[in-house]
Design a binder for this molecule. Structure first.
Ligand code: GLN
Length: 484
């Protein structure tokens, strides 16, 4: 049962071949048996899940089920969930129980999704390997010596290992696409403003975006329909109609213009990863697509400008964790300053502190113009590159990450090398565009992901392009050994 896609499970639930309580039980049993090795969940909420499953079964019995009613899902532990602990991967929020649900979660509940638990993640979503989590690293189901990617590494590992049919993730600089690539699943980062950020713990507010992680593009389409839409509680949510993402999955790719940015195929890209991407492009040609070489000349500015903008916003967002209102509080503070200093000093991990220090520095008087303002100007140049490219092509393709999954510990002590694993994904967030990662092969048993970048609000076309590839290939159906 656990090898079925979301679309297949939803059909089985509607046909009453299985109940949601039974299906939820299948996943809870697998988590209990297999997650000791992976550590992909921070919290598993069995009783809560079974109660939701019973309600879903009643709705299905009465013929009132929607397209996802009764399907289990895991939420990244960055989304606030009423009554169930939300940690954001941090000691700071180790005992935090949100008094409300994030919009993504409440929309899921309304459609009848069943929450199995909350997935592990890098602390406050800062990382590319899931090693900054207070709850310990997550292992990659394809090879437990490897990282699953980050920051949505728990979601990616859980979906790849069939410990959830699908999961939510968030992507500030690549955190849906990069772990999806490294774990061999399909992930979509929507256009900035497409999915509400209400109740999604803020890292860098102008970049953060939630989205679906699943095994297939078709499943991502189903989930995005449930997640997307205007939300008056998020001032950056955009009031655009939500299309039927499933309706266009089978549109033809005849005449599709694919842009291959030369900057995405240069130094630093692993040769075998490049070969897998080229083979996927050849497949697209067979489907009727044309390939055009393009240039995104400001690509090299993406990582440096991101590491000014994201820490700046993070330092401001994380100021709220002061030991007073909520979150971790140190023992017996001497005075208010001691309370602030020790609560933050003891509650945050090293990577979070590094970002707060960088962010505070670049925003400080005298440096603001030199760093923050400059980075915002570079951001505009990066967006302009994409704007010009989309005058020529319909979609941009390239690797999601320069290498396959690296070993646990390999980059943990070298922040700059770690930051470079997002070299192809970060520009997409800086521009606010939608991007996907799709499995296209393996190098030494470790999955390779291909990135598809679309124009604003073109999620339907991206899903269509990914789905057509998945109809003629089976990379997305492969199963990691030991988790079959
Ligand atoms: N790896 C990037 C960072 O650490 C992106 C993380 C993310 O997308 N949340 O900032």
């Amino acid at each position: 049962m656990h090898n079925h896609t979301v679309a297949e499970l939803a059909a089985k639930l509607r046909a009453k071949e299985i109940s949601s309580v039974e299906l939820t039980g299948v996943y809870l049993d697998r988590i209990a048996q297999l997650d000791k090795t992976l550590n992909s969940y921070i919290s598993v909420c069995s009783e809560h899940a079974l109660a939701q499953a019973r309600t879903a079964d009643q709705r299905l019995q009465q013929g009132q089920g929607g397209p996802l009613t009764g399907v289990p899902i895991a939420h990244k532990d960055i989304f606030c969930t009423e009554g169930v602990k939300t940690t954001c991967g941090s000691k700071m929020l180790d005992s935090f129980i949100a008094p409300y649900d994030a919009t993504v979660v409440s929309k899921g509940n309304e459609t009848g999704l069943v929450m199995l638990g909350k997935t592990n993640m890098d602390e406050f979503a800062m990382g590319s390997s899931n090693e900054t989590s207070f709850y310990g690293a997550v292992k990659n189901p394809w090879d437990t010596a490897a990282v699953p990617g980050g920051s949505s590494g728990g979601s990616a590992a859980a979906v790849a290992a069939r410990l959830a049919p699908a999961a939510t993730g968030t992507d500030t600089g690549g955190s849906i696409r990069q772990p999806a690539a490294l774990c061999g699943i399909t992930g979509l980062k929507p256009t900035y403003g497409r999915v509400s950020r209400y109740g999604m713990i803020a890292f860098a507010s102008s970049l953060d975006q939630g989205g679906p992680m699943a095994r297939s593009a078709e499943d991502c389409a189903l989930l995005l329909s449930a997640m997307a839409g205007y939300d008056y509680r998020d001032s950056t949510s955009l009031d655009q109609p939500v299309p039927d993402y499933q309706a266009t999955l089978n549109d033809s790719l005849q005449g599709l213009k694919i842009g291959l940015p030369k900057e995405y195929f240069g130094d630093g890209l692993d040769n075998q990863v490049a070969a897998a991407i080229e083979a996927a492009i050849a497949e697209y040609k067979k489907l009727g697509a044309e390939v055009v070489e393009i240039s995104l000349p400001n690509t090299r500015l993406a990582v440096p400008s991101y590491y000014v903008v994201a820490p700046a916003e993070a330092s401001s967002n994380l100021a709220r964790y002061d030991g007073v209102r909520y979150g971790y509080r140190c023992q017996s503070p001497k005075d208010l300053l001691d309370l602030y200093k020790r609560s933050r000093g003891e509650g945050f991990g090293a990577e979070v502190k590094r970002r707060i220090m960088i962010g505070t520095y670049v925003l400080s008087a005298g440096y603001y113009d030199a760093y923050y303002l400059k980075a915002q100007q570079l951001r505009q140049l990066i967006s302009d590159d994409f704007k010009r490219a989309f005058e020529q092509v319909d979609v941009i393709m390239g690797p999601t990450s320069p290498t396959v999954a690296f070993n646990l510990g390999e980059k943990a002590d070298d922040p700059v090398t770690m930051y470079l694993s997002d070299i192809y994904t970060i520009a997409v967030n800086m521009a606010g565009l939608p991007g996907m990662s799709v499995p296209v092969g393996f190098v030494d048993r470790r999955p390779v992901g291909m990135q598809l970048i679309g124009n604003y609000f073109n999620e339907a076309r991206l899903l269509n392009i990914a789905h057509q590839y998945q109809r003629v290939t089976d990379w997305h159906q492969r199963r990691p050994q030991g988790f079959e």
